[in-house]
Design a protein. Structure first.
Length: 159
């Protein structure tokens, strides 16, 4: 009889040990990437005083990013940095340069790129945008009567 009591006691100890087992849980969440270049002038037509020339403010481009890595802002011009006349036979152009943030004298003959990295503040980093050109009053020759224009495109992409 003693042997049967011993067996019962051992089985009860094993049952108690199984009830006190440990468990765990993993808590996890994801913050989505945010990379924006907000243009307060997006889709607008900025009228330039082609007679006076000078510097004309276009507006502000605001960069918002929560990326740790790098990203690139690219600025391109449809007409390679010149205002062209609407009349296809008009060969007169107005050269201009762009200012973006603290960088002025940007020639858009080729795309302008600005490499950046890291996160910004929640409200973003503002970059003032303007163009500078010589008006007809300062030119030695007359310019054909026409409407002159160019389209500047701003893009941003993660590296």
């Amino acid at each position: 009889m003693r042997s049967s009591k011993f067996i019962v006691i051992v089985l009860m100890a094993v049952a108690v040990a199984a009830v006190s087992a440990q468990g765990s849980v993993t808590l996890q969440g994801t913050v989505s990437q945010k990379l924006e270049l907000n243009l307060d002038f997006d889709g607008t037509i900025v009228t330039l005083d082609l007679a006076a020339g000078g510097t004309t403010s276009i507006g502000t481009a605001t960069l918002i990013s929560n990326l740790k890595g790098g990203y690139t802002i690219t600025v391109t011009s449809t007409n390679a940095g010149v205002l062209k006349g609407a009349d296809g036979t008009n060969t007169d152009n107005f050269d201009y340069t762009l200012a973006f943030g603290g960088v002025s004298g940007i020639d858009l003959l080729t795309p302008y790129t600005l490499g950046l990295s890291g996160k910004t503040t929640k409200t973003g980093t503002p970059y003032a945008v303007s163009v500078t050109f010589t008006g007809t009053n300062a030119l030695a020759n007359l310019v054909n009567a026409d409407t002159y224009s160019d389209v500047i495109t701003f893009t941003i992409a993660a590296d």
